[in-house]
Design a binder for this molecule. Structure first.
Ligand code: GLU
Length: 411
């Protein structure tokens, strides 16, 4: 087992030395001292250099007077990960000293404290963890920190950001940040995203945001509203895009210059408040041609009282669903969103939509389906079904864009 060991090999008449990385195939992958990974199929192993220690320099953290105080809470994901070259495993490197030693520019921007809350991939997140995180952020802000950065896996980052946006009214920035490529890789976006996140966390902002690369270059990041953003690419560094609302602002790199681009909650605009109850029996159902309404019956019988449907186009499902929807609506909240993502649900244009509205469905306006899901979890955790049904159609924290435009509604 060579993984995690430092080796010297001969291949193509040259000598290579480096750390053996995890590899899913029989190719030997070595991280050279230049930082690049190279794969070898034909090679001669010359030497295994035992007990090579990788020392991370940890400078003593000096607090600089006058700089904002920022707390970084880590939940895991690629951004907090590095391959531990001794073991080959991906581990979190997470004291404040370690972060600053990795990204020394941070020390120029703010005084940092760090806390490792979880070290998980974000597909393993669950509502109970959102609640714990919301409590952690609340306590941190109550202590007087000027802003909080939450590092998070990118896959479900917008769910967690939305959950915090509903649970926590914040007077200060709560900035989620992740990375598409881990800090071991030459193309990593981790450091730049973190620096931009620190700029946003110290800025004139009073809401939950997501900061990630805006383009595939290292030129600027966007500050997205937490309830208006989605990961729209599996691997590109500019995977995150604001949907149905402009990014709140952009942070230029490396200058740190922030340009605001849309209306936002400003620092100090809202008070600090936590309402951390969530009802987990809420489900998001994606409609497809032929899907039978039994799926609604099933969840209803299981005690679910919150349903978000990702319908087609303006917000439709087959007319075969109308009777079931009507029954379910009697004691539950059913919200219609659209698989189009872009645009606004309008169930008043076609017959199917009108039947659904009559059956009791609430139009989710221009909310992302997953945001509607989290919103309904929060509403049903805090209000009875009738109140939740009323509030789900209201704009609470910027998750719906007020408009007088298409469908003629004023929110
Ligand atoms: N799937 C993992 C996650 O979302 C890794 C991807 C990432 O961190 O971006 O946590």
């Amino acid at each position: 087992m060579l993984e995690g060991k430092r080796v010297r090999i001969k291949a193509k008449d040259r000598i290579f030395e480096g750390l053996v990385m995890p590899s899913a195939t029989d190719t030997l992958v070595i991280k050279l001292d230049s930082g690049y990974n190279v794969g070898f199929k034909d090679y001669e192993l010359l030497e295994v250099i035992e007990d090579e220690k990788v020392v991370v320099e940890s400078p003593e953290l000096e607090r600089k007077a006058g700089l904002p105080e920022i707390k970084i809470i880590s939940t895991g994901g690629t951004i907090a990960s590095k391959v531990d070259y001794k073991t080959g495993a991906v581990t979190s490197q997470f004291s404040a000293e370690e972060i600053v030693s990795e990204v020394p520019e941070l020390a120029e921007l703010c005084n940092i404290d760090a806390e490792l809350l979880y070290n998980i991939l974000s597909e393993n997140m669950k509502p109970a963890y959102w609640i714990e995180l919301a409590r952690g952020v609340y306590k941190t802000l109550k202590k007087g920190y000027d802003g909080v950065i939450v590092t998070h896996g990118t896959d479900t980052m917008s769910y967690t950001a939305s959950a915090l946006a509903f649970m926590l009214s914040t007077p200060k920035p709560v900035v989620f940040v992740g990375a598409q490529r881990s800090s071991d890789r030459p193309s990593s976006d981790a450091a730049m995203n973190l620096i931009c996140a620190a700029q946003a966390a110290t800025a004139d902002l009073g809401e939950v945001a997501v900061v990630m690369h805006a383009t595939t270059n290292d030129d600027f990041c966007y500050i997205h509203r937490g309830v208006k953003v989605r990961k729209l690419h599996t691997s590109r560094r500019d995977a995150f895009q604001s949907v149905n609302y402009p990014p709140l602002g952009k942070v230029e790199y490396p200058s740190g210059k922030i340009t605001w681009m849309a209306e936002r909650f400003k620092r100090g605009e809202r008070g600090l408040e936590l309402r951390d109850k969530l009802e987990e029996k809420v489900v998001l159902i994606k409609f497809f041609p032929g899907l039978r309404p039994d799926v609604l019956e099933y969840y209803h019988q299981e005690g679910y009282r919150g349903f978000v449907i990702e319908g087609t186009g303006l917000g439709h499902v087959s007319t075969d669903w109308v009777d079931t929807v009507k029954r379910v609506c009697e004691d539950s909240v059913v919200v219609m969103t659209s698989q189009c993502l872009w645009g606004r649900v309008c169930d008043r244009v076609y017959d199917t939509g009108r039947y659904l509205l009559k059956a009791g469905v609430v139009e989710g306006e221009d909310m992302l389906p997953e945001v509607a899901l989290v919103k309904l979890m929060w509403l049903l955790g805090n209000y009875d079904v009738d109140e939740a049904r009323r509030k789900v159609g209201e704009n609470l924290v910027g998750e719906m864009t007020p408009t007088t435009g298409y469908c003629g509604k004023v929110l």
